[in-house]
Design a binder for this molecule. Structure first.
Ligand code: URA
Length: 164
């Protein structure tokens, strides 16, 4: 799949039924921000507030992400923010490997259109996809890797920082 038109891509994505998560979602959380951003953030999956609003990182973890961005002089409107899966997993469980696989073509298409210089993985689930399946967040957070020519690193997920 490679759609060249954002509107077409978003429309198709919003009616996706490739995995079971479509049955329990309220909204597809497509992603948001600058479609020409050099910096892209990828989280795990929508939580309750994201499912309600259709926007990524708008709950408590999102507020922390905003503060983290502000601390380096960035606003979310200047980066692009998306998730490994676009629909909320029930009870906020980790998205299953098959859900991540089924969803990935949407994110992949977004990455091709944005062509960011840097992808920051928020947490282990995204790092497993962009860096390596056995990524160890405690040992390897903050280290640089490469994903098809795009510099990438993982940092702790803001929700994990709030929890621990
Ligand atoms: N956690 C995530 O991984 N993504 C969101 O969009 C919100 C919380």
């Amino acid at each position: 799949m490679h759609m060249r038109d954002w509107e077409e891509l978003e429309k198709a994505c919003r009616s996706c039924s490739r995995c079971e998560l479509c049955k329990t979602r309220k909204n597809v959380v497509f992603g948001s921000g600058d479609r020409h951003a050099k910096l892209m953030f990828v989280g795990e999956g929508p939580g309750e507030t994201e499912d309600e609003t259709g926007l990524p990182f708008v709950g408590r973890a999102g507020k922390l992400l905003d503060a983290m961005l502000a601390s380096v002089g960035l606003e979310r409107s200047r980066v692009y923010i998306a998730n490994i899966v676009k629909c909320r997993p029930p009870q906020n469980r980790d998205p299953l490997p098959e859900e991540r696989e089924m969803c990935f073509p949407w994110l992949d298409n977004q990455i091709r259109l944005i062509s960011p210089a840097i992808i920051v993985c928020l947490g282990r689930i995204a790092a497993m996809r962009f860096i390596k399946p056995d990524f160890k967040i405690t040992q390897e957070h903050g280290l640089w890797f490469e994903y098809f020519g795009i510099k990438t690193m993982a940092i702790y997920h803001p929700a994990a920082l709030l929890r621990d």
